[in-house]
Write a protein that binds this ligand. Structure first.
Ligand SMILES: NC(=O)c1ccc[n+]([C@@H]2O[C@H](COP(=O)([O-])OP(=O)(O)OC[C@H]3O[C@@H](n4cnc5c(N)ncnc54)[C@H](OP(=O)(O)O)[C@@H]3O)[C@@H](O)[C@H]2O)c1
Length: 274
């Protein structure tokens, strides 16, 4: 059973990113109206102008780690006649061994990937509940279900996001708000540094295009009840094996530690693309 009513008004965070811009394009092509959040006003405006019906969409420039920025975003959303969908897509990653990460990095990853989506969902639920077809979709990661060496903070943030999504889906079950979780495996975007790409090649990890992830996101938004979806084979199998027989995965990944350690220790520039 699918909810097909269009157009919807959709708040999309991280709209300038690889997956975000692909989601923006596919939703705009289907006729949705987009509120595009990002930090770089020029790039956001270019994205808006490149979409079908650019005049219908709106850009919202805000840093989500900044509480004043988040307040502005909420105020802009409040000016809308309606809000139907929140896509919590903005995120950061950090590929490093735990001992090589300082408090600031741990906080930045957990704040961006977990606390911001929680706070946005909390603050926007009253507005979403006025919609006839409200939905929240949180973009997680396969690493939220398979603890992967070198991604302790990132994996923790996405595991937390999964737990949050599941609890919120149940909390909202009688309110009509559909709460979805979409967990991609590796995706070809700037989130992954050269070291991560090299690691993926060395470990023969497959990766997907942003467009294919966006398509799964669009499909999920058509579902009538909150769902969780994991992208990729054999990752979906690994997730099941990890849940039932974690020692098997412990052993497989511990054998890869020398390779993971080598790439995690490669010097690379710091920044949000980490
Ligand atoms: N790429 C992968 O391999 C992969 C795999 C699984 C899951 N994911 C998830 O998919 C989502 C999108 O990632 P992506 O691959 O598209 O990465 P990306 O290209 O680096 O895009 C990430 C977006 O998040 C935004 N962002 C980061 N920190 C922000 C902040 N403090 N305030 C506002 N916006 C912020 C960035 O904004 P700016 O444009 O302003 O920098 C950027 O647009 C993330 O949640 C990520 O964890 C990615």
């Amino acid at each position: 059973m699918r909810a097909q009513k269009l157009p919807r008004t959709v708040l999309l965070t991280g709209a300038n990113g690889g997956i975000g811009s692909a989601i923006a394009r596919q939703l705009a092509e289907r006729g949705d109206r987009l509120l595009l959040q990002g930090r770089d006003a020029d790039r956001l405006e270019q994205l808006r102008l490149s979409l079908p019906n650019p005049d219908r969409h709106r850009v919202l420039v805000a840093d989500l780690l900044d509480s004043a920025g988040r307040q502005r975003l909420l105020q802009w959303c409040g000016e809308e006649e309606r809000l139907d969908v929140l896509v919590n897509n903005a995120g950061v990653s950090r590929f490093a061994l735990l001992g090589d990460m300082g408090d600031e990095e741990l906080l930045r990853v957990l704040h961006t990937n977990l606390l911001v989506p929680m706070a946005l969902a909390r603050d926007l639920l009253p507005l979403l509940q006025r919609s006839a077809m409200p939905a929240v979709i949180n973009i997680g990661s396969a690493f939220g279900h398979i603890g992967h060496p070198g991604f302790t903070a990132y994996g923790a943030s996405k595991a937390g996001l999964f737990g949050f999504t599941e609890a919120l889906r149940r909390e909202c079950a009688d309110s009509g708000v559909r709460v979805h979780y979409l967990a991609p495996r590796a995706v070809d975007t700037e989130l992954n540094t050269p070291a991560v790409r090299a690691l993926n090649r060395a470990l023969r990890n497959k990766s997907d295009s942003p467009a294919s992830v966006a398509q799964r996101c669009v499909e999920l938004l058509g579902e009538r009840v909150g769902q969780r979806r994991f992208i990729g084979w054999p990752e979906r199998l690994f997730i099941k094996v990890n849940a039932l027989f974690p020692r098997v995965v412990d052993s497989a990944l511990s054998k890869k530690m020398p390779v993971i350690r080598r790439y995690a220790r490669q010097p690379e520039p710091t920044g949000d693309a980490l």
